[in-house]
Design a protein around this ligand. Structure first.
Ligand SMILES: Cc1cc2nc3c(=O)[nH]c(=O)nc-3n(C[C@H](O)[C@H](O)[C@H](O)COP(=O)(O)O)c2cc1C
Length: 174
């Protein structure tokens, strides 16, 4: 079977190289609106999105995350023109799951617009060290919110094969 939604799901890849140009305001708004349409437990919408197009802010988070995690990557954000940091309410059991649904909704919306994206867990390093409060403020996380996940978005400058699907991930009880 095929339809535009199934095609977007099937064609999405984690994109790790981007063209220099910025995505349009319309594309960004469409992705952010789609995200806000995502479901959440008890409809609490326990998420917040910080859109960062300032390269020096992204570079600061990159440097700190790599330092704390001891990584050798060049750039954990892959020099994308826009990075969205998703923070989520602390002390609510479904926050991280809801943030995951939100970020995948953004990845699929980006894909549907011909854009690439990669979901990023590694930035968490910046929020695990002694400068956690500084980075929470820099990224304007609301009070009582913490880093959940990030996503780099831009025009893809690379192609990638689909990942292999591991076997034995489905059982039926009929
Ligand atoms: C929660 C989560 C965290 C991830 N963190 C990173 C990351 O920090 N850096 C990265 O390059 N890819 C990251 N990825 C992307 C995965 O590596 C990627 O989804 C996986 O290899 C499958 O490839 P595909 O997305 O192209 O199908 C993350 C994906 C998820 C869902």
């Amino acid at each position: 079977m095929s339809n535009p939604v199934l095609e977007a799901i099937s064609n999405r890849r984690s994109i790790r190289a981007y063209k220099k140009e910025q995505i349009t305001r319309e594309q960004l708004d469409a992705i952010l609106t789609s995200a806000r349409e995502a479901p959440s437990a008890r409809n609490k919408q326990p998420w917040h999105m910080t859109v960062v197009r300032n390269k020096s802010v992204v570079a600061e988070v990159n440097a700190e995350a790599k330092k704390i995690l001891g990584l050798k990557h060049e750039d954990i954000f892959y020099d994308a023109p826009v990075v969205v940091f998703i923070s989520a309410e602390k002390d609510w059991e479904w926050s991280k799951l809801d943030a995951g649904i939100l970020v995948q909704t953004m990845a699929l919306a980006a894909q549907s617009l011909g854009l690439g994206s990669v979901i990023l867990g590694l930035p968490i390093g910046a929020f695990q060290g002694p400068r956690e409060d500084y980075f929470n403020k820099l990224l304007k996380f609301p009070p009582n919110y913490e880093f959940a996940i990030a996503i780099s978005i831009g025009l893809p400058d690379t192609a990638k094969d689909a990942h292999e699907m591991e076997p034995d991930k489905i059982k039926y009880v009929d």
